[in-house]
Design a binder for this molecule. Structure first.
Ligand code: NAD
Length: 355
Protein backbone atom coordinates (compact mmCIF):
# COMPACT_ATOMS: atom_id res chain seq x y z
CA UNK A 1 0.00 0.00 0.00
CA UNK A 2 0.99 3.61 -0.45
CA UNK A 3 0.13 5.26 2.86
CA UNK A 4 0.08 8.99 3.44
CA UNK A 5 0.90 9.63 7.11
CA UNK A 6 0.29 13.11 8.49
CA UNK A 7 2.39 14.15 11.47
CA UNK A 8 5.02 11.51 10.70
CA UNK A 9 7.76 13.62 12.25
CA UNK A 10 5.99 13.70 15.63
CA UNK A 11 6.21 11.27 18.51
CA UNK A 12 3.60 8.67 17.49
CA UNK A 13 3.78 9.42 13.76
CA UNK A 14 7.51 8.73 13.69
CA UNK A 15 6.98 5.41 15.52
CA UNK A 16 4.35 4.53 12.93
CA UNK A 17 6.60 5.45 9.98
CA UNK A 18 9.47 3.42 11.47
CA UNK A 19 7.14 0.43 11.92
CA UNK A 20 5.62 0.72 8.41
CA UNK A 21 9.06 0.82 6.84
CA UNK A 22 10.34 -2.01 9.04
CA UNK A 23 7.46 -4.21 7.87
CA UNK A 24 9.02 -3.90 4.42
CA UNK A 25 5.90 -3.77 2.26
CA UNK A 26 4.52 -0.27 2.28
CA UNK A 27 5.38 3.04 0.66
CA UNK A 28 5.11 5.99 3.04
CA UNK A 29 4.49 9.64 2.24
CA UNK A 30 5.07 11.75 5.35
CA UNK A 31 3.12 15.04 5.31
CA UNK A 32 4.28 17.26 8.16
CA UNK A 33 4.86 21.00 8.47
CA UNK A 34 7.49 20.51 11.21
CA UNK A 35 6.16 22.54 14.11
CA UNK A 36 8.31 22.58 17.26
CA UNK A 37 7.04 18.99 17.82
CA UNK A 38 8.23 17.65 14.46
CA UNK A 39 11.72 16.23 14.16
CA UNK A 40 12.96 14.27 11.15
CA UNK A 41 15.79 12.89 13.30
CA UNK A 42 13.09 10.71 14.89
CA UNK A 43 12.89 8.64 11.69
CA UNK A 44 16.54 7.88 10.91
CA UNK A 45 15.68 4.71 8.94
CA UNK A 46 13.28 6.61 6.71
CA UNK A 47 15.80 9.07 5.39
CA UNK A 48 17.63 6.38 3.41
CA UNK A 49 14.59 4.38 2.31
CA UNK A 50 13.38 4.33 -1.29
CA UNK A 51 9.90 3.63 0.03
CA UNK A 52 9.73 6.93 1.94
CA UNK A 53 9.11 10.49 0.86
CA UNK A 54 8.68 13.67 2.87
CA UNK A 55 6.36 16.59 2.05
CA UNK A 56 6.69 19.69 4.22
CA UNK A 57 3.13 20.97 4.10
CA UNK A 58 0.85 22.72 6.58
CA UNK A 59 -2.64 21.20 6.79
CA UNK A 60 -3.94 24.71 7.28
CA UNK A 61 -2.97 25.34 3.65
CA UNK A 62 -5.90 23.67 1.88
CA UNK A 63 -4.46 24.03 -1.63
CA UNK A 64 -1.07 22.58 -0.69
CA UNK A 65 -2.73 19.72 1.21
CA UNK A 66 -4.92 18.86 -1.78
CA UNK A 67 -1.94 19.08 -4.13
CA UNK A 68 0.07 16.55 -2.07
CA UNK A 69 -2.87 14.14 -1.83
CA UNK A 70 -3.51 14.32 -5.60
CA UNK A 71 0.20 14.10 -6.43
CA UNK A 72 0.74 10.88 -4.48
CA UNK A 73 -2.77 9.33 -4.78
CA UNK A 74 -2.31 7.19 -1.65
CA UNK A 75 -4.32 4.02 -0.99
CA UNK A 76 -4.87 5.18 2.58
CA UNK A 77 -4.39 8.22 4.78
CA UNK A 78 -3.36 7.88 8.42
CA UNK A 79 -3.99 11.25 10.04
CA UNK A 80 -1.91 11.99 13.14
CA UNK A 81 -0.84 15.61 12.64
CA UNK A 82 -2.18 17.74 15.46
CA UNK A 83 -1.33 20.17 18.17
CA UNK A 84 -1.12 17.70 21.05
CA UNK A 85 -0.05 19.31 24.33
CA UNK A 86 -2.82 20.13 26.83
CA UNK A 87 -0.88 22.90 28.63
CA UNK A 88 -0.17 24.66 25.32
CA UNK A 89 -3.88 24.40 24.45
CA UNK A 90 -4.76 26.25 27.65
CA UNK A 91 -2.26 29.03 26.92
CA UNK A 92 -3.08 29.32 23.20
CA UNK A 93 -6.18 27.45 22.01
CA UNK A 94 -6.26 29.12 18.58
CA UNK A 95 -3.60 26.88 17.03
CA UNK A 96 -5.52 23.82 18.26
CA UNK A 97 -8.74 24.97 16.61
CA UNK A 98 -6.85 25.71 13.40
CA UNK A 99 -4.77 22.57 13.02
CA UNK A 100 -6.94 20.00 14.75
CA UNK A 101 -10.28 21.13 13.35
CA UNK A 102 -9.66 23.21 10.21
CA UNK A 103 -6.60 21.16 9.25
CA UNK A 104 -8.61 17.94 9.55
CA UNK A 105 -11.38 19.49 7.47
CA UNK A 106 -8.86 20.43 4.75
CA UNK A 107 -7.45 16.90 4.74
CA UNK A 108 -10.93 15.36 4.60
CA UNK A 109 -11.82 17.51 1.60
CA UNK A 110 -8.58 16.56 -0.15
CA UNK A 111 -9.18 12.87 0.62
CA UNK A 112 -12.76 13.07 -0.61
CA UNK A 113 -11.63 14.63 -3.89
CA UNK A 114 -9.21 11.76 -4.42
CA UNK A 115 -11.77 9.14 -3.31
CA UNK A 116 -14.38 10.41 -5.76
CA UNK A 117 -11.91 10.07 -8.63
CA UNK A 118 -11.20 6.38 -7.88
CA UNK A 119 -12.65 3.29 -9.55
CA UNK A 120 -15.28 1.39 -7.50
CA UNK A 121 -12.70 -1.29 -6.61
CA UNK A 122 -10.15 1.30 -5.43
CA UNK A 123 -12.89 3.14 -3.55
CA UNK A 124 -13.75 -0.04 -1.65
CA UNK A 125 -10.11 -0.38 -0.58
CA UNK A 126 -9.47 3.28 0.28
CA UNK A 127 -9.28 4.24 3.99
CA UNK A 128 -9.13 7.52 5.92
CA UNK A 129 -7.88 6.60 9.40
CA UNK A 130 -8.10 9.36 11.99
CA UNK A 131 -5.94 9.00 15.11
CA UNK A 132 -7.55 10.43 18.21
CA UNK A 133 -7.29 10.34 21.97
CA UNK A 134 -9.19 8.95 24.95
CA UNK A 135 -9.31 12.51 26.29
CA UNK A 136 -12.39 13.21 24.11
CA UNK A 137 -14.41 11.08 26.56
CA UNK A 138 -13.67 13.41 29.49
CA UNK A 139 -13.15 12.48 33.09
CA UNK A 140 -13.81 9.14 34.88
CA UNK A 141 -13.23 10.74 38.30
CA UNK A 142 -14.46 8.67 41.25
CA UNK A 143 -15.65 5.68 39.21
CA UNK A 144 -14.20 2.36 38.14
CA UNK A 145 -15.74 2.73 34.66
CA UNK A 146 -13.75 2.29 31.47
CA UNK A 147 -14.12 4.23 28.21
CA UNK A 148 -15.77 2.13 25.51
CA UNK A 149 -16.33 3.04 21.87
CA UNK A 150 -19.86 4.19 22.77
CA UNK A 151 -18.96 6.40 25.75
CA UNK A 152 -20.39 9.91 25.23
CA UNK A 153 -17.97 12.67 24.39
CA UNK A 154 -17.31 15.18 27.21
CA UNK A 155 -13.95 16.86 26.51
CA UNK A 156 -12.49 19.10 29.23
CA UNK A 157 -9.57 20.98 27.65
CA UNK A 158 -9.21 23.02 24.46
CA UNK A 159 -6.98 20.18 23.19
CA UNK A 160 -9.52 17.42 23.80
CA UNK A 161 -12.40 19.61 22.55
CA UNK A 162 -10.56 20.23 19.28
CA UNK A 163 -9.82 16.51 18.91
CA UNK A 164 -13.48 15.70 19.64
CA UNK A 165 -14.55 18.15 16.93
CA UNK A 166 -12.19 16.52 14.44
CA UNK A 167 -13.54 13.05 15.31
CA UNK A 168 -17.07 14.31 14.58
CA UNK A 169 -15.98 15.75 11.24
CA UNK A 170 -14.38 12.45 10.22
CA UNK A 171 -17.48 10.43 11.09
CA UNK A 172 -19.70 12.96 9.28
CA UNK A 173 -17.58 12.65 6.11
CA UNK A 174 -18.05 8.91 6.37
CA UNK A 175 -21.77 9.04 6.85
CA UNK A 176 -22.57 11.92 4.48
CA UNK A 177 -20.10 11.40 1.64
CA UNK A 178 -19.35 7.70 1.98
CA UNK A 179 -15.64 8.18 2.72
CA UNK A 180 -14.42 4.88 4.28
CA UNK A 181 -13.27 6.21 7.65
CA UNK A 182 -11.72 4.63 10.73
CA UNK A 183 -11.30 6.37 14.10
CA UNK A 184 -9.04 5.17 16.89
CA UNK A 185 -8.99 6.65 20.39
CA UNK A 186 -5.86 5.84 22.33
CA UNK A 187 -4.66 6.36 25.87
CA UNK A 188 -1.43 8.15 26.91
CA UNK A 189 1.62 7.01 24.95
CA UNK A 190 5.22 6.86 26.10
CA UNK A 191 8.47 5.60 24.64
CA UNK A 192 11.47 6.65 22.49
CA UNK A 193 11.61 10.03 20.68
CA UNK A 194 9.00 11.60 22.99
CA UNK A 195 9.26 15.39 23.04
CA UNK A 196 10.66 16.54 26.42
CA UNK A 197 7.64 18.69 27.34
CA UNK A 198 5.56 15.55 28.09
CA UNK A 199 5.57 13.97 31.57
CA UNK A 200 7.81 10.90 31.16
CA UNK A 201 10.66 12.42 29.09
CA UNK A 202 10.42 15.63 31.12
CA UNK A 203 10.99 13.70 34.33
CA UNK A 204 13.85 11.61 32.91
CA UNK A 205 15.70 14.61 31.45
CA UNK A 206 15.15 16.90 34.44
CA UNK A 207 16.36 14.15 36.77
CA UNK A 208 19.51 13.59 34.71
CA UNK A 209 20.22 17.31 34.99
CA UNK A 210 19.48 17.44 38.74
CA UNK A 211 16.47 19.73 38.17
CA UNK A 212 13.15 19.61 40.10
CA UNK A 213 10.56 17.07 38.92
CA UNK A 214 7.29 19.00 38.87
CA UNK A 215 4.12 17.01 39.64
CA UNK A 216 0.68 18.62 39.27
CA UNK A 217 -1.45 18.82 42.46
CA UNK A 218 -0.79 15.73 44.55
CA UNK A 219 0.01 13.61 41.50
CA UNK A 220 -3.12 11.51 41.96
CA UNK A 221 -4.41 11.86 38.37
CA UNK A 222 -4.70 8.42 36.75
CA UNK A 223 -3.65 7.77 33.16
CA UNK A 224 -3.68 4.52 31.19
CA UNK A 225 -0.23 4.17 29.59
CA UNK A 226 0.66 2.46 26.30
CA UNK A 227 4.12 1.94 24.80
CA UNK A 228 4.22 3.91 21.56
CA UNK A 229 5.35 0.97 19.40
CA UNK A 230 2.33 -1.02 20.58
CA UNK A 231 0.17 1.90 19.44
CA UNK A 232 1.89 1.93 16.03
CA UNK A 233 1.22 -1.81 15.62
CA UNK A 234 -2.42 -1.29 16.62
CA UNK A 235 -2.84 1.49 14.05
CA UNK A 236 -1.55 -0.76 11.28
CA UNK A 237 -3.90 -3.58 12.34
CA UNK A 238 -6.88 -1.22 12.31
CA UNK A 239 -5.90 0.25 8.96
CA UNK A 240 -5.49 -3.14 7.30
CA UNK A 241 -8.31 -5.07 8.99
CA UNK A 242 -10.68 -2.62 10.67
CA UNK A 243 -14.28 -2.27 9.51
CA UNK A 244 -14.90 0.99 7.61
CA UNK A 245 -16.99 3.37 9.72
CA UNK A 246 -15.86 1.73 12.98
CA UNK A 247 -14.15 3.17 16.04
CA UNK A 248 -11.54 1.25 18.05
CA UNK A 249 -10.27 2.16 21.50
CA UNK A 250 -6.60 1.38 22.08
CA UNK A 251 -5.08 1.06 25.55
CA UNK A 252 -2.54 -0.80 27.57
CA UNK A 253 -4.42 -1.80 30.75
CA UNK A 254 -1.84 0.22 32.69
CA UNK A 255 -3.66 2.60 34.98
CA UNK A 256 -1.13 4.52 37.06
CA UNK A 257 -1.25 7.71 39.10
CA UNK A 258 1.18 10.38 37.93
CA UNK A 259 3.07 10.18 41.21
CA UNK A 260 3.51 6.40 40.76
CA UNK A 261 4.93 7.02 37.28
CA UNK A 262 7.35 9.66 38.55
CA UNK A 263 8.46 7.52 41.50
CA UNK A 264 8.98 4.48 39.26
CA UNK A 265 11.10 6.58 36.90
CA UNK A 266 13.17 7.82 39.85
CA UNK A 267 13.73 4.24 41.00
CA UNK A 268 14.77 3.11 37.49
CA UNK A 269 17.20 6.01 37.22
CA UNK A 270 18.53 5.23 40.70
CA UNK A 271 19.31 1.72 39.44
CA UNK A 272 20.63 2.62 35.98
CA UNK A 273 22.55 5.89 36.55
CA UNK A 274 25.53 5.43 38.86
CA UNK A 275 26.88 8.97 38.25
CA UNK A 276 24.21 11.16 39.77
CA UNK A 277 24.08 14.94 39.26
CA UNK A 278 25.92 16.98 41.90
CA UNK A 279 24.04 17.12 45.20
CA UNK A 280 21.53 14.38 44.28
CA UNK A 281 21.58 11.24 46.44
CA UNK A 282 18.12 9.93 45.64
CA UNK A 283 16.29 10.99 42.46
CA UNK A 284 13.04 10.93 44.46
CA UNK A 285 14.35 13.97 46.41
CA UNK A 286 13.81 16.05 43.24
CA UNK A 287 10.01 15.53 43.19
CA UNK A 288 8.23 18.88 43.65
CA UNK A 289 4.46 19.37 43.82
CA UNK A 290 3.14 22.34 41.80
CA UNK A 291 -0.29 24.00 41.40
CA UNK A 292 -2.69 21.77 39.48
CA UNK A 293 -3.56 22.38 35.82
CA UNK A 294 -6.97 24.10 35.35
CA UNK A 295 -9.72 21.64 34.39
CA UNK A 296 -7.39 18.70 35.00
CA UNK A 297 -9.16 15.38 34.43
CA UNK A 298 -8.71 12.97 37.35
CA UNK A 299 -8.83 9.63 35.55
CA UNK A 300 -8.78 8.10 32.08
CA UNK A 301 -9.01 4.35 31.45
CA UNK A 302 -9.61 2.42 28.25
CA UNK A 303 -11.59 -0.72 27.57
CA UNK A 304 -9.60 -2.16 24.65
CA UNK A 305 -11.59 -5.40 24.36
CA UNK A 306 -13.04 -4.56 20.92
CA UNK A 307 -9.69 -4.27 19.14
CA UNK A 308 -8.41 -7.30 21.05
CA UNK A 309 -11.37 -9.49 20.13
CA UNK A 310 -12.02 -8.28 16.57
CA UNK A 311 -8.46 -7.74 15.36
CA UNK A 312 -6.38 -9.84 17.75
CA UNK A 313 -4.20 -6.89 18.78
CA UNK A 314 -2.62 -6.92 22.23
CA UNK A 315 0.15 -4.77 23.66
CA UNK A 316 3.53 -6.53 23.67
CA UNK A 317 4.97 -4.37 26.45
CA UNK A 318 3.86 -4.19 30.07
CA UNK A 319 4.33 -0.86 31.82
CA UNK A 320 7.40 -2.25 33.62
CA UNK A 321 9.12 -3.47 30.43
CA UNK A 322 8.12 -0.43 28.36
CA UNK A 323 9.23 2.09 30.96
CA UNK A 324 12.59 0.35 31.42
CA UNK A 325 13.11 0.37 27.61
CA UNK A 326 12.21 4.06 27.54
CA UNK A 327 14.69 5.02 30.26
CA UNK A 328 17.41 3.01 28.50
CA UNK A 329 16.57 4.77 25.23
CA UNK A 330 17.00 8.25 26.75
CA UNK A 331 20.26 7.19 28.38
CA UNK A 332 21.56 5.80 25.06
CA UNK A 333 20.35 8.62 22.78
CA UNK A 334 21.56 11.80 24.41
CA UNK A 335 22.36 13.43 21.04
CA UNK A 336 18.67 13.30 20.05
CA UNK A 337 17.35 14.97 23.18
CA UNK A 338 20.24 17.39 23.58
CA UNK A 339 19.51 18.71 20.06
CA UNK A 340 15.87 19.12 21.09
CA UNK A 341 16.69 20.87 24.39
CA UNK A 342 19.16 23.24 22.69
CA UNK A 343 16.80 23.93 19.77
CA UNK A 344 19.40 22.88 17.22
CA UNK A 345 17.05 20.17 15.85
CA UNK A 346 15.16 23.00 14.17
CA UNK A 347 18.21 24.17 12.21
CA UNK A 348 18.31 21.10 9.96
CA UNK A 349 14.86 21.43 8.51
CA UNK A 350 13.78 22.70 5.13
CA UNK A 351 13.08 26.39 5.63
CA UNK A 352 14.01 26.01 9.30
CA UNK A 353 14.69 29.15 11.25
CA UNK A 354 16.23 27.61 14.31
CA UNK A 355 13.80 29.66 16.37
P1 NAD B 1 3.21 15.37 18.38
O1 NAD B 1 2.85 16.71 18.91
O2 NAD B 1 4.43 14.68 18.90
O3 NAD B 1 3.38 15.42 16.79
C1 NAD B 1 2.49 16.13 15.97
C2 NAD B 1 3.10 16.21 14.57
O4 NAD B 1 2.16 16.90 13.73
C3 NAD B 1 4.41 17.01 14.53
O5 NAD B 1 5.36 16.33 13.73
C4 NAD B 1 4.00 18.33 13.90
O6 NAD B 1 5.05 18.94 13.16
C5 NAD B 1 2.85 17.90 13.01
N1 NAD B 1 1.89 19.00 12.76
C6 NAD B 1 1.33 19.81 13.70
N2 NAD B 1 0.54 20.72 13.10
C7 NAD B 1 0.60 20.47 11.77
C8 NAD B 1 -0.01 21.06 10.63
N3 NAD B 1 -0.81 22.14 10.74
N4 NAD B 1 0.26 20.55 9.41
C9 NAD B 1 1.10 19.49 9.28
N5 NAD B 1 1.71 18.91 10.31
C10 NAD B 1 1.46 19.38 11.55
O7 NAD B 1 1.91 14.47 18.60
P2 NAD B 1 1.83 12.93 19.02
O8 NAD B 1 1.95 12.81 20.47
O9 NAD B 1 2.70 12.14 18.13
O10 NAD B 1 0.31 12.63 18.65
C11 NAD B 1 -0.06 12.24 17.31
C12 NAD B 1 -1.56 12.10 17.24
O11 NAD B 1 -1.99 11.11 18.17
C13 NAD B 1 -2.31 13.37 17.59
O12 NAD B 1 -3.41 13.48 16.71
C14 NAD B 1 -2.78 13.15 19.02
O13 NAD B 1 -3.97 13.84 19.27
C15 NAD B 1 -2.97 11.65 19.04
N6 NAD B 1 -2.79 11.00 20.36
C16 NAD B 1 -1.67 11.25 21.11
C17 NAD B 1 -1.50 10.58 22.32
C18 NAD B 1 -0.26 10.78 23.15
O14 NAD B 1 -0.18 10.23 24.25
N7 NAD B 1 0.75 11.50 22.69
C19 NAD B 1 -2.48 9.68 22.76
C20 NAD B 1 -3.59 9.45 21.96
C21 NAD B 1 -3.73 10.10 20.76
Amino acid sequence: MKILVTGGAGFIGSALVRELLAQGEHQVVNLDCLTYAGNLASIPTALHSERYCFEQVDLNDAAATTAVVLKHRPDAILHLAAESHVDRSIDGPGAFVQTNIVGTFNLLQAALGLFQSLSPVSQSQFRFHHVSTDEVYGDLAGTSDLFTETTSYAPSSPYSASKAASDHLVRAWGRTYGLPTLVTNCSNNYGPYHFPEKLIPHVILNALQGKPLPVYGQGLQIRDWLYVEDHARALIQVLLRGTPGATYNIGGHNEKTNIEVVQTLCDLLQELVPNRPAGVRQFRELITFVADRPGHDARYAIDASKIEQELGWRPQESFATGLRKTVHWYLDNQAWWQDVLSGSYQLNRIGGTGA
